[in-house]
Design a protein around this ligand. Structure first.
Ligand SMILES: C[S@@+](CC[C@H](N)C(=O)[O-])C[C@H]1O[C@@H](n2cnc3c(N)ncnc32)[C@H](O)[C@@H]1O
Length: 217
């Protein structure tokens, strides 16, 4: 079986997505490593990363490339960020996280990956990291009741015209009493005031609580 580069820096092999390991020999979250023709790849676990889940469910828009500049809100310990770091080897990922325990692990990850810039901040306060300037991609996974407002706040301040925004929408964080379809509808209305919605993906079975929404400015 041959490993295939399906998008810049994104590989497909045996039914799974892979990225080239930026730090050969090192795993980030216990993922499988695979070496083919002397090149080491990391399996991108669709049950651990919503972006990999979205790819498995047919996501078409993939704005990540070698030189991409990304603002990532809700980086946690860096599971998804690490794969973006593999892909965007000459780019930069501004990884915002507000929990100090997560940040500690993220800082360790960034020690070996110089395209990750960890930022300890609240994504509701974009002025705290306004020095980063504009980016081509905004990615958000924060599971907060005001997650749509947070995305739009950051989009206004940082996203270039024509740039991509990706939102992992946790409907239950917005309203536990509503059906998820109803919450999605409300979120889409709000997002449409600023962005064009290109794709909406229900992440089930990889994640039963999130929709993945891909947008353009
Ligand atoms: C579901 S986890 C993110 C997982 C990560 N995106 C991944 O795929 O590897 C959500 C993260 O968002 C962080 N978070 C929640 N609210 C935030 C806020 N207002 N500002 C920054 N980070 C926030 C949480 O601390 C948590 O680490």
């Amino acid at each position: 079986m041959e490993i295939k580069e399906v998008k810049e820096g994104l590989y497909y092999y045996g039914g799974d997505y892979y990225t080239k390991n930026y730090v050969p020999g090192k795993k980030v979250y216990g993922e499988k490593l695979l070496t083919i023709d002397g090149v080491e790849y990391r399996r991108w676990d669709a049950f651990r990363s919503k972006l990999a889940g979205a790819l498995k469910k047919g996501l078409k828009d993939f704005p990540f490339s070698k030189k991409a500049e990304i603002l990532y809100l809700g980086a946690s310990t860096g599971t998804t960020v690490s794969h973006l770091s593999d892909i965007c080897e000459d780019g930069v990922i501004y990884a915002v996280e507000h929990a100090p325990q997560m940040m500690e692990k993220l800082m360790k990850l960034a020690e070996r990956r110089d395209n990750i810039v960890p930022i300890l901040a609240d994504a509701r306060m974009p002025t705290e990291y306004e020095d980063i300037g504009e980016v081509g991609v905004l990615y958000q996974d924060v599971a907060q009741p005001d997650q749509v407002r947070i995305l739009l706040l950051n989009e206004r301040k940082f996203l270039k015209d024509g740039g991509s925004a990706m939102l992992c929408l946790k409907t239950h964080s917005i309203d536990v009493t509503k059906e998820k379809e109803e919450t999605l509808k409300g979120a889409k209305e709000e997002l449409k005031t600023r962005l064009s919605i290109e794709e909406v993906i229900d992440l089930d079975p990889y994640d039963k609580e999130h929709y993945f929404i891909a947008m353009r400015k």
